[in-house]
Design a protein around this ligand. Structure first.
Ligand code: GLA
Length: 371
């Protein structure tokens, strides 16, 4: 028996760095995808290969130790096996072949796609009967505790649960979610890959996470009431704590509080088919990520600035963790070539690597089939 799973990458429309602050996010799955073919083995050995990319790698599922340092692709498979084991599921070995069109390390969630594709295949092959939200949580745990990235739940939930033509509005506190029609009509969603690679395990991401936690502690201390997360703090509270709070923590907190409000406004705009307001929110989100949260970079800013200078662009912003990776642009279909050429020229003028462009619809999440 061969199990075939297909997992897409994702872009986040809005709600960046809010997931680990217990806020709201609104990603879509994209047309670029990864496939896993898995054949179970009777023993405890995992043998995996990515044809054309790397040689065969193997491991025994009884000898897994969390990653120290930079993870390799095989570590994401190990992480999933480890997390399933930790959650009490009895595993067996398998032969796994992976093929992927999702570029690695550019913020399109190739690693979460790999986790979900492997977890989904094991779930089916071994009849583990894990539902999709739970599978996503196990994959997040794999990444947090085995790979060592303190990521939130957005990527795993998006990949597990997204539907074609719809965005996923997810409340990362309660894990309630809603599918919101993402109907583009004469508009398109363009992904621009800055080709600035930045690994998520890089300390910057975890550092933002820590800064937010410290800010919550300090604001709670000054206001004399404990908070669990920035989700529980409003702008008024923040204003009261402002004079006591180090500037950096003020900026991080303000961005998160404002971004949460933008996600809900953006969902409302999509509900009303108001793409103009939606686009404005994308622009504000980028400004906050650049000026307050400090996770953009010159390449992403140039993509956004060049794109929004065109009259047929409704909005643009960096997407994903930042520090490189991709931006999204919401624009008239008829403007795609013109805007792509303008961004490309701007990069060439700066002497940077030329960006890559992908058009995407809101795609379907994880698919599991028996062959
Ligand atoms: C990465 C993480 C997500 C989320 C985003 C930023 O993609 O995996 O959990 O924090 O960055 O919004």
């Amino acid at each position: 028996m061969t199990i075939k799973t297909t997992a897409p990458g994702r872009v986040n429309l809005i709600g960046e760095h809010t997931d680990y602050n217990q806020g709201w996010v609104m990603p879509v799955a994209i047309d670029l995808k990864l496939e896993v073919r898995l054949i179970p083995r009777p023993d405890r050995l995992f043998i995996a290969t990515v044809p054309g990319f790397d040689q065969l790698q193997s491991y025994n599922i009884d000898s897994l130790r969390p990653v120290q340092g930079q993870p390799d692709w095989i570590d994401y498979l190990k992480a999933v096996c480890w997390a399933l084991g930790k959650n009490g599921y009895r595993l067996k070995g398998a032969e796994v072949t992976i093929t992927s069109e999702i570029p690695i390390g550019v913020g399109l969630s190739s690693s979460a796609a790999l986790e979900l594709a492997v977890a989904g295949a094991l779930n089916k092959a071994l009849n583990l009967n894990i539902d999709l939200p739970q599978l996503a949580l196990i994959c997040q745990q794999a990444e947090n505790e085995y790979v060592g990235v303190r990521c939130g739940i957005m990527d795993q939930y998006a990949i597990a649960l997204c539907r074609a033509g719809q965005a996923l509005l997810l409340d990362c506190l309660t894990l309630d979610y809603q599918h919101i029609p993402f109907i583009l009509g004469q508009y398109s969603l363009l992904i621009v890959n800055s080709r600035v690679e930045r690994s998520l395990s890089a300390s910057d991401y975890n550092q933002r996470h820590n800064e937010c936690e410290e800010a919550v502690q300090l604001i709670g201390k000054y206001l004399g009431k404990p908070f669990n997360s920035l989700r529980e703090i409003n702008l008024e509270d923040l204003k009261k704590a402002e004079e006591y709070l180090p500037r950096l923590y003020y900026r991080r907190s303000r961005y998160i509080i404002e971004e949460n409000a933008r996600v809900l406004a953006a969902a409302g705009a999509l509900d009303k088919h108001d793409l103009v307001s939606f686009g404005l929110l994308l622009k504000r989100s980028h400004a906050g990520l650049r000026d307050l949260y400090a996770v953009s970079c010159p390449e992403l800013d140039l993509i956004v600035d060049t794109a929004v200078a065109d009259q047929d662009v409704l909005g643009a912003r960096m997407t994903g963790a930042g520090f490189g990776g991709c931006a999204i642009v919401l624009l008239k279909q008829s403007a795609v070539d013109r805007v792509s050429a303008a961004v490309d020229e701007a990069f060439v003028r700066n002497g940077w690597l030329r960006p890559d462009f992908y058009l995407t619809a809101a795609a379907v999440g994880l698919k599991v089939e028996c062959e």
